[in-house]
Design a protein around this ligand. Structure first.
Ligand SMILES: Nc1nc2c(c(=O)[nH]1)N[C@@H](CN(C=O)c1ccc(C(=O)N[C@@H](CCC(=O)O)C(=O)O)cc1)CN2
Length: 297
């Protein structure tokens, strides 16, 4: 079997187009543009790229982008003061603090300072609680993007066996919550799971978010299963001094067995920013008290 390739890049482009249409409608109704503030502390090269892309794509969707770039030695108190200012700013609908933060900062404390109703990353404990109890809130962008791709591929996910490999707060845990909400039977596997290949082999849906290059092998995959690869790992390339991106799934072997699979790059990655823009326009409507059928974007 050769798997169908799930084109996250194309799906993300369609989602951004829908966000752009809704953003124009919001501007006409509210008399202002929706606004997203992104805070970057330090000079991590990958984070700089992600933040630049967030700014560009926010503007391209017809929303305001507010970038706050702070030096790596910024104190936690100064970062918290920036977050407080953004919480109070009526032009800012969504706030995102780019992770990882420098090691002298407490990420949980910084996330806890963001107004949950502007927390378009969905990382605040209030939004974590809302997700796990089925209340409306904000859902982390990468897992929500994975569910969008899965539903587009499979239609209803109800009754399917899903295995999430990885239990991070940003991907693994919210992914499991979203799959439970879709009525999947969910197993969360991790570094201590016994006989991981056998656990993965039971799954109709495999979500790999473990941060280990090409760990999930083709022999682990049930024939016809749908494989979502969240990993983004830079490894040495064929040419000396060059690197290439690989996922947490061994694409060559898994694509021989799976029914459908996301590539890296071009699979889940582009969905992260597209869903961030979707969450921002949703936040803008909620904060301005303007009705929106959120299921349409
Ligand atoms: N506050 C947050 N910090 C971080 C998040 C997040 O959702 N919120 N996620 C990641 C980084 N990230 C966005 O911030 C992100 C990661 C990957 C991509 C992406 O488009 N990847 C491409 C490949 C890009 C490349 O060439 O390096 C792909 O997979 O095709 C976008 C955004 C950590 N921090």
């Amino acid at each position: 079997m050769t798997a169908q390739i799930i084109d996250g890049k194309a799906f993300a482009a369609g989602l951004r187009e829908r966000v752009g249409t809704v953003a124009a409608d919001f501007e006409a109704k509210a008399g202002r543009k929706a606004g997203l503030a992104v805070v970057l502390v330090g000079e991590d090269p990958a984070s700089q790229v992600y933040v630049r892309n967030k700014g560009k794509q926010t503007l391209a969707c017809g929303m305001e982008s507010f970038e706050h770039k702070l030096p790596a030695d910024t104190s936690e108190a100064d970062l918290l003061a920036v977050v407080e200012k953004l919480n109070a700013d009526p032009a800012v609908d969504g706030i995102l603090v780019q992770l990882p933060l420098p090691s002298h900062m407490n990420e949980q404390k910084v996330i806890a300072a963001i107004n949950p109703d502007k927390d378009v990353d969905g990382f605040h404990v209030v939004n974590v609680g809302r997700l796990s109890t089925g209340l409306p809130g904000f859902v982390p962008c990468t897992p929500l993007g994975c569910v969008m791709l899965l539903k587009d591929q499979l239609g209803s996910l109800s009754g399917l066996d899903a295995v999430v490999v990885g239990r991070s707060n940003i991907v693994g845990k919210p992914m499991a919550q979203l799959l439970i909400a879709e009525s999947c039977t969910v197993t969360v596997a991790h570094s201590r799971t016994q006989d991981l290949p056998e656990v993965v082999r039971r799954a109709d849906i495999v979500v790999a978010a473990v941060g280990r290059p090409e760990m999930v092998k083709g022999e682990w995959i049930k024939p016809g299963a749908t494989v979502i690869d969240v990993g983004i790992n830079r490894v040495p390339g064929a040419e000396e001094g060059k690197t290439r991106l690989v996922g947490d799934v061994d694409f060559a072997s898994a694509s021989e067995v799976a029914g459908a699979i996301t590539p890296v790059p071009g699979g889940v990655g582009p969905m992260t920013i597209a869903v961030l823009l979707r969450n921002t326009i949703v936040a803008a409507h909620r904060n301005a008290g303007i009705a929106l059928d959120e299921s349409t974007i």
